[in-house]
Design a binder for this molecule. Structure first.
Ligand code: SF4
Length: 443
C-alpha cells in the first residue's frame, strides 16, 4: 500500500462525517434544487452544472423549470424550443440528451424517474457522477459522487501525490467517496446520504479551494493528510492542460438583397413581410459543433497567409468553399462570391481553440457581374492558391471537406426575429452586434 492508500484505509469516517455534517448545517449553500430535491429537479440541475458554474446555472434553472415543470412537458417539447431555453449555457449536447432522456422516461418508465442505478445510468447524458448525484440527492440513496470539488477535497484528505485521472487514482478516490457514506444496514437519519454528499461538495467548493484552501476554518483539518504534511499546493496533481490553439474563422452576413434568387432558403413564415435586410441563418447539421442550433454561415480560414487579414476577397480557398456552399446548399445563382472585409470581430473559445471570428459581408454578388461561364472563380481572385488550377476544383469539391454540409436548413430571418432563434453563443454575439448596428450604413 502506498501512503495515500494507507491514509484512506485508516481514515476515521465516523468522526469526519459528524464534523462535515455539523459544518454543513450552518454553512451549506441554499439552491433551488436543494430546497425541493425531487429527482426531476436534481437531474436537470446536475446536467446544467456539468461544465457550468452554479452562479450561471441559477439564472437558467428556474426559467427552464417554469417552462418544463415535468418530465412529460420536456418530452413533448421540440428540440428547437429546448435549445432556446438552454441558449447561453453551452455544451448543447446536454440539452439534446435531456430531451431524449425525458422521452425515454415517459416511454420506458411510465413518466416515473427511475430509482435504480442501472436504469438511471442508461439514460442519455447520464454518466457515473450524474447517476450518483441523482440517486443520492434526489432519492437519498447510498451512492458516492466524485466531481472537481470532491476530487480535490478527497485527494488532499488522503495526500494523493498521483495524477487524479489515472485509473488507480480514480479507483482509490471513488472507494474513498463511497466509504464516507454509512452502510444502509446501520440505523441512519433520513437525508444522511444527501447531506454527506452535499457537505463534501460544499466543503470542496467553499473551503478546500483550488488555490489557498482555508485550512484554518476547515472542520476536517485535523484529519487531513495534506494539511498535516504541508502538501496543499502539491495536491491535487492535475493533468497538464493542452496548449491553446489559435484559429481564425469567418462568419458571413448574407442579406436577402445579396441573393434574391436563392432557391434553397426557407422563409420564416408566410405572414412576415419580405425585406431586403432579412439575413441568412443556417441550422447547424447533426454531429457538428452546436448541432441543431442556428448560426450565421461560418468557415475556417485555412490559408495561413490570411491568418491576420481583415479582407478575405483574395483568399481562394475560402472563396471555393463559399461558392460551393452558396450554389449547392443555398441554391444561389452562379457568380463570383467572395468573403469581403471584416466589419467586426467576435473572440471566443471552443475546447482548446481560441477563435477570432471575423464577421464579414458577402462581396461579388452584385447582379451586374457576368455569369460564371464568362467569369471564372479563379479569374477574379488576386492570389489563387499555389496549387490552384481550374481542373482541380471539381475533384476538390467532391472531397470530404466539401462534402461536409454547413446547414441542415437555411432560412431568411428578419433582423427583428433574431432574438427568437436558439443561436450558437458566438452567433448570439454577432446577432447582438447586428441589432446595435442595424441602422448603420453598410446595410
Ligand atoms: S485542511 Fe485544508 S487541505 Fe485539508 S481538506 Fe481542509 S481545506 Fe482542504
Amino acid at each position: 500500500m502506498n501512503h495515500a492508500e494507507v491514509a484512506a484505509a485508516s481514515f476515521d469516517f465516523q468522526r469526519a462525517r459528524k464534523a462535515a455534517l455539523g459544518w454543513f448545517q450552518t454553512n451549506g449553500r441554499r439552491f433551488p434544487w436543494r430546497d425541493d430535491p425531487t429527482p426531476y429537479r436534481v437531474w436537470i440541475s446536475e446536467i446544467m452544472l456539468q461544465q457550468t458554474t452554479t452562479q450561471t446555472v441559477l439564472g437558467y434553472f428556474e426559467r427552464f423549470l417554469a417552462r418544463f415543470p415535468t418530465v412529460e412537458t420536456l418530452a413533448a417539447a421540440s428540440e428547437e424550443e429546448t435549445l432556446k431555453y438552454w441558449e447561453g449555457l453551452g455544451y448543447y449536447r446536454r440539452a439534446r440528451s435531456l430531451r431524449a432522456a425525458a422521452i425515454e422516461i415517459v416511454d420506458r418508465f411510465d413518466s416515473q424517474f427511475p430509482s435504480n442505478y442501472a436504469d438511471v445510468l442508461s439514460l442519455p447524458g447520464v454518466g457515473r457522477y450524474a447517476a450518483g448525484a441523482i440517486l443520492s440527492f434526489g432519492f437519498d440513496k447510498r451512492f458516492p459522487i466524485l466531481e472537481a470539488n470532491t476530487t480535490r477535497l478527497h485527494a488532499r484528505l488522503i495526500g494523493l501525490l498521483e495524477e487524479t485521472t489515472t485509473a488507480s487514482a480514480q479507483r482509490l478516490l471513488w472507494k474513498f467517496a463511497e466509504d464516507w457514506l454509512p452502510q444502509e444496514s446501520t440505523r441512519r437519519a433520513p437525508g444522511v446520504y444527501r447531506g454527506i454528499n452535499g457537505a463534501l461538495t460544499d466543503l470542496g467548493r467553499l473551503v478546500c479551494a483550488p488555490v489557498e484552501p482555508r485550512c484554518d476554518d476547515c472542520p476536517l483539518a485535523k484529519q487531513c493528510a495534506a494539511n498535516r504534511l504541508g502538501l496543499q499546493e502539491k495536491v491535487p496533481v492535475l493533468k497538464k492542460k493542452a496548449e491553446p490553439i489559435r484559429r481564425v474563422d469567418v462568419a458571413l452576413l448574407v442579406f436577402r438583397s445579396d441573393l434574391e434568387r436563392a432557391t434553397a432558403v426557407d422563409e420564416i413564415d408566410g405572414k412576415t413581410p419580405r425585406a431586403p435586410s432579412d439575413v441568412l441563418l443556417i441550422r447547424r447539421p447533426q454531429n457538428s459543433l452546436w448541432a441543431g442550433l442556428w448560426d450565421f454561415p461560418r468557415f475556417e480560414v485555412v490559408d495561413a497567409r490570411f491568418a491576420d487579414a481583415q479582407d478575405f476577397s483574395a483568399d481562394a480557398s475560402l472563396a471555393e468553399r463559399l461558392q460551393f456552399f452558396l450554389e449547392e446548399e443555398v441554391g444561389a445563382p452562379p457568380r463570383d462570391y467572395r468573403v469581403g472585409k471584416t466589419i467586426t470581430t467576435v473572440r471566443h473559445s471552443v475546447t482548446r481553440y481560441r477563435v477570432a471570428l471575423r464577421v464579414c459581408q458577402l462581396v461579388g454578388s452584385a447582379t451586374n457581374l457576368a455569369p460564371r461561364e464568362e467569369r471564372t472563380l479563379f479569374d477574379s481572385l488576386e492570389q489563387p492558391e499555389p496549387s490552384g488550377v481550374r481542373g482541380d476544383l471539381e475533384t476538390r469539391l467532391r472531397s470530404e471537406s466539401f462534402a461536409a454540409r454547413q446547414a441542415a436548413e437555411s432560412r431568411w430571418v428578419p433582423l427583428a426575429s433574431l432574438p427568437d432563434y436558439p443561436l450558437s453563443s458566438p452567433g448570439r454575439r454577432v446577432a447582438d452586434w447586428l441589432a446595435k448596428n442595424a441602422s448603420k450604413k453598410f446595410f
